[in-house]
Ligand binder design. Structure first.
Ligand code: SF4
Ligand code: SF4
Length: 165
């Protein structure tokens, strides 16, 4: 570290050390491993257990697994799950959700709802694309949550990259 009042040499006054250091850094990055990706065609391979957009799951008969027990809504620290139960039309359960909304603008993606669910009826996918033109669109209804796919299908198909972090 230079002392205060250090007299600059002619080389320093011409900024040669700083220029050399800057150029060497630029070339090192130019020739090094590429980390820029062409999103959305390319994207990270998400780690297992990644907490992205929710999805309501279905049983082998194509019915929502949810039995409207309110456990997820009770566990949710952001209070962003709204459920309205009604009598189920099937004999193997008492209730099912007439309404099941998640306000994605309030959700903090903590995963407590998934942990609390006794039926594995709600899971979190690796999806992160939450694009909307209004606040209302980010309230995910039962129908929307049942239609969420685990991955987004893009055209052309995206090339997953290894996480380089
Ligand atoms: S992830 Fe957390 S904040 Fe979001 S709905 Fe589930 S419990 Fe609530
Ligand atoms: S998603 Fe699971 S915890 Fe939430 S109401 Fe349905 S069955 Fe209960």
């Amino acid at each position: 570290m230079k002392k205060v009042g250090h007299e600059m040499t002619l080389t320093e006054r011409m900024y040669l050390p700083a220029i050399t250091k800057g150029l060497s850094l630029t070339f090192r990055h130019l020739l090094g491993k590429k980390i820029t990706m062409q999103y959305p065609e390319e994207t990270w391979t998400k780690p297992s257990g990644y907490r992205g957009l929710h999805k309501l799951t279905k049983d082998d008969k194509g019915r929502p697994k949810c039995v409207a027990c309110y456990m997820c809504a009770t566990a949710c620290p952001a209070e962003c799950i709204a459920i309205e139960a009604e009598e189920a039309p099937w004999e193997d359960r008492e209730k099912h959700p007439k309404r099941f909304d998640i306000d994605m603008l309030r959700c903090i993606f903590c995963g407590m709802c998934v942990e609390a669910c006794p039926e594995d009826a709600i899971v979190m996918t690796e999806r992160t694309e939450l694009v909307a033109e209004s606040r209302a669109e980010l309230i995910y209804t039962k129908e929307k949550l049942l239609a969420v796919e685990d991955r987004v299908t893009l055209t052309p198909p995206r090339r997953p990259l290894e996480n380089t972090r």
